[in-house]
Design a binder for this molecule. Structure first.
Ligand code: C5P
Length: 224
């Protein structure tokens, strides 16, 4: 049975996670943070002593890993085999490792079905890089959310500092730019807007403003 899906794609740090969570909560929808699955795949592989370049072995890990999510309020907990890995999942370095394993088609294939299973009534908000182009091509409302690299680095910096991490803004900006280039230029499922996506630049918008716009677009799509 096809259910309502809204996709929110875009580069890292554009605010996809925060606004997707808020829209899902306001609508009573489920939430898929697809980036966390690539992050958990990289962590699971490392913990199993598997090189991130060993594509078949990483894909096998992606197929078999036992992940669980605990969505409460404005926080999601991530666990592998029941072990809480939330802190490691959110590290910038884990994002870079996720981007490394995400370039491989067998790894993406291994995660496709798991991601599609998140689509359940009454609806789903799915955020990532290829939600509107590959995973949910029939989504009723597709958003492509961007912000300047400087603004995204600044937001990530504030998030990480608030969580007690010791990071430098310049390092974050460099990491974000490297990851953008890798995500946009890879051969499989590169980061790009779906043809029917609505583009929103959040550089000068508040979270509340972005959430309102997304909900307006969703409601307009539902009423079409
Ligand atoms: O969004 P997040 O920063 O958690 O994503 C981590 C990495 O996972 C991204 O840089 C990207 O390479 C990969 N990813 C992807 N497709 C998705 C979500 C994330 O390739 N749908």
């Amino acid at each position: 049975m096809s259910s309502i899906v809204m996709t929110v794609d875009g580069p890292g740090g554009a605010g996809k996670g925060t606004v997707s969570r808020a829209v899902a909560a306001a609508e009573g929808y489920h939430l898929l943070d697809s980036g966390s699955l690539y992050r958990l795949t990289a962590l699971a592989a490392l913990r199993a002593g598997i090189s991130l370049q060993d594509v078949p072995a990483v894909a096998q890990v992606a197929r078999q890993m036992n992940v669980s999510f605990d969505v409460t309020g404005d926080r999601t907990g991530y666990a592998l085999d029941g072990e809480d890995l939330t802190e490691q999942v959110l590290l910038e370095n884990t994002g870079a490792m996720a981007s490394d394993v995400a370039k491989y088609q067998p790894v993406r294939d291994a995660l496709l079905h798991l991601q599609q299973q998140f689509s359940r009534p009454p609806g789903l908000v799915a955020d990532g890089r290829d939600m509107g182009t590959v995973v949910f091509p029939d989504a009723i409302c597709k958003i492509y959310l961007t912000a300047s690299a400087e603004e995204r680095a600044r937001r990530r910096y504030q998030q990480l500092i608030a969580a007690g991490n010791d990071v430098k803004l310049a390092d974050l900006l460099k990491s974000i730019q490297t990851r953008d280039a890798q995500d946009m230029n890879r051969a499989v499922s590169p980061l790009r807007p779906a043809d029917d996506a609505i583009h929103i630049d959040s550089s000068d918008m508040t979270i509340v403003e972005v959430v309102e716009q997304l909900r307006e677009h969703l409601h307009a799509a539902l009423n079409r």
